[in-house]
Design a protein. Structure first.
Length: 277
């Protein structure tokens, strides 16, 4: 595999103390680890303690999770920005620079997408003043912005260098989105790519997303086609294996980390075979 590619794991894949997750992720070969705000609540030493742990392991933090139901809310914007400020402070202590923000799923939120853009622009300006970035992600079940066509239109409307997309292939494929959208997204506005896979199941999409994802080479979706298309356009940012699966959490964390990294590498077997043909 091309070692210029950087790949992170996600703490949400494991059920183990953070120091153990860090150790098995690094041993498996990962370059980074996505951290959740809850990880800091459960760790000794808070943000700075976690920062030290990751620094000693040589792991980067491609994204910090999570701000939900922010834009279009009926809560005062000042109150919502104060919530974001608290996350920014944690990020600064941690040494992370990108906050993941999921498109709102709040049924009480306004349908006025202009108001959404104004809210997100204020958030982006607040992040930019601290040298941080906002990675915006549509969820398949988001209330108003649930596809990458809509999310990219939102990024264009916000029009800030500190505001870009996080591409989660789960939400791309689960909405049967054409991969042509990948040719429209400006590469410098693509802050991270989250990889996973899935198989057809008679369950609501939110249940599959939260409990039954699989590693990138282990399902029905053509995940490699996404990677290939993006790299052909110059993408060289972080990949992250964002997999939530209840069964994986019952397994030994070292085994899960090794499986995750191996599955990422297997995406490129086809590429190597074609190159040698």
């Amino acid at each position: 595999m091309n070692r210029l590619r950087r790949v992170a794991a996600n703490t949400g894949t494991f059920r183990a103390p953070l120091p153990e997750i860090v150790a098995v992720v690094r041993a498996a070969g990962f370059d980074g680890l996505e951290i959740w705000s809850r990880d800091l609540d459960e760790a000794c030493g808070g943000a700075r303690g976690v920062a030290s742990l990751l620094r000693e392991a040589g792991l980067k933090i491609p994204a910090f999770q999570l701000l939900r139901d922010y834009e279009g809310s009926d809560r005062p914007r000042a109150e919502r920005l104060a919530e974001a400020e608290e996350l920014f402070e944690r990020m600064i202590g941690l040494g992370a620079d990108t906050l993941l923000v999921c498109a709102t799923a709040d049924p009480k939120s306004t349908s006025d997408l202009g108001a959404h853009a104004r809210d997100l622009r204020a958030l982006a300006d607040l992040a930019d003043a601290r040298g941080l970035r906002i990675g915006f992600e549509p969820l398949s079940w988001s209330r108003w912005v649930s596809t990458y066509e809509q999310a990219w239109a939102c990024v264009e409307a916000v029009d800030r260098s500190s505001f870009g997309l996080v591409l989660d292939v789960f939400h791309l494929f689960s909405r049967n989105t054409s991969l042509r959208i990948l040719d429209r997204i400006e590469i410098d506005k693509l802050f991270m790519v989250q990889l996973c896979n899935a198989v057809t199941m008679p369950l609501p999409v939110i249940e599959i997303a939260r409990h039954h994802r699989r590693f990138p080479a282990d399902g029905e979706w053509p995940v490699f086609a996404v990677v290939q298309r993006l790299e052909a356009r110059g993408y060289d940012g972080f990949y992250s294996i964002e997999v939530f699966n209840d069964a994986y959490k019952t397994r030994d964390p070292a085994e899960v980390a090794a499986h995750a990294y191996r599955s990422f590498c297997e995406l490129f077997v086809e590429q190597r075979a074609e190159a040698g043909a």
